[in-house]
Design a protein around this ligand. Structure first.
Ligand code: NDP
Length: 245
C-alpha cells in the first residue's frame, strides 16, 4: 500500500498548474483531498473528474490572503475527513517587474498571497497536527527563493521568505511535523499570466516557451516527499528543467 493512501491532504492553489497536477497524482495514489483556490468552476470540475475515477476529493473556495477563509478551509477538512495529514501551501502569483515600475499594489499582493497565505495555512493546521502528533507541511518556494534576477526582487523576496518559513518549521518539528520546501524552476503553468509589465511578460513568456517542463515533474517530487516513511523528512527539493541555467 502506498504511504500516500488515505492521507488527508489540503492543496491551496489547486485550480491550475502545479496544484492541479499534484491533486491528480495524489488522488490517483489514494489520498483524500481538500482543494482550495478562488475559481470555483475549476475546483468543481476537478472534484467531479476525481470522483468519476473513483478517488476522493472535496473543495472549498478560498482566498489564502484572507485568514478567516484559510481557517475555514482547515475546519472543513477536519469535519469532512476527521484529520489533516498534509498541507501543501502552493497558491502563489508572480507579477515580475523592475522596481522602477513601482507596481506597489503587485508587491503587496505577492506579500499577501505568497508569504501571508503560507503563514495563515500553517496557523490553520498546526494545532490539529500538534494534537495528532503528526503532520507534513509542504511549501512551494522557487529557484527564485535561492537566487535573484532583474525584475524578480519582490517575487524572490517572497520565495526566500517561504524557504525561511520551511526551515523554521523544520527546526520546530519536535519530531512530529515534517517540513518540505519545494523549489521549482520554469514549469509550464498559468503563472506568467500574472505579469502585467509588458517587457517583462514578453521576455519571461519567451523564456518559458523554450525552457519550461510539465507540471507533473513537481507533482512527482511532492508525492516522493509524502510517500517517505514518517521518520524520513525530505527537507528540500530543487527541480529545474535540464535546459535551465
Ligand atoms: P498557476 O498560476 O497555474 O497557479 C497558481 C494557483 O494559485 C492557482 O490555482 C490560483 O487559483 C491560486 N491562487 C492565486 N492567488 C490565490 C489566492 N489569493 N488564494 C487562493 N489561491 C490563489 O501557477 P503555478 O501552478 O505555477 O504556481 C503554483 C506555485 O508554484 C506558486 O506558489 C508559484 O510561485 C510556484 N512556482 C511556480 C513556478 C513555475 O515556473 N510555474 C516556478 C517556481 C515556483 P485561483 O486563481 O483560482 O485562486
Amino acid at each position: 500500500m502506498s504511504e500516500i493512501q488515505n492521507k488527508v491532504v489540503i492543496i491551496t492553489g489547486a485550480s491550475s498548474g502545479l496544484g492541479a497536477a499534484t491533486a491528480e497524482r495524489l488522488a490517483a495514489n489514494g489520498a483524500k483531498l481538500m482543494l482550495a483556490a478562488r475559481r470555483e468552476d475549476r475546483l468543481k470540475e476537478m472534484v467531479a473528474a476525481i470522483a468519476k475515477s473513483g478517488w476522493t476529493a472535496d473543495y472549498l473556495v478560498t482566498d489564502v490572503s484572507d485568514r478567516a477563509q484559510v481557517e475555514a478551509l482547515a475546519q472543513k477538512t477536519l469535519s469532512t475527513y476527521g484529520r489533516i495529514d498534509v498541507l501543501i501551501n502552493n497558491a502563489g502569483l508572480m507579477p515580475l517587474s523592475p522596481l522602477d515600475a513601482l507596481k506597489v499594489d503587485e508587491w503587496e499582493r505577492m506579500i499577501d498571497v505568497n508569504i501571508k497565505g503560507v503563514l495563515y495555512g500553517i496557523a490553520a493546521v498546526l494545532p490539529t497536527m500538534r494534537h495528532q502528533k503528526s503532520g507534513h507541511i509542504i511549501n512551494l518556494s522557487s529557484v527564485a527563493g535561492h537566487t535573484v534576477s532583474p525584475s524578480g526582487a519582490v517575487y524572490s523576496a517572497t520565495k526566500f521568505a517561504v524557504k525561511a518559513i520551511s526551515e523554521g518549521m523544520r527546526q520546530e518539528s519536535k519530531g512530529e511535523i515534517r517540513s518540505t520546501n519545494i523549489s521549482p524552476g520554469a514549469i509550464a503553468t498559468e503563472l506568467t499570466s500574472t505579469i502585467s509589465d509588458r517587457d517583462t511578460a514578453t521576455s519571461t513568456n519567451a523564456y518559458y516557451a523554450k525552457t519550461a517542463i510539465d507540471a507533473d515533474a513537481i507533482a512527482r517530487a511532492i508525492a516522493y516527499a509524502i510517500e517517505q516513511p514518517l521518520d524520513v523528512d525530505v527537507n528540500e527539493i530543487i527541480i529545474r528543467p535540464t535546459h535551465q541555467i
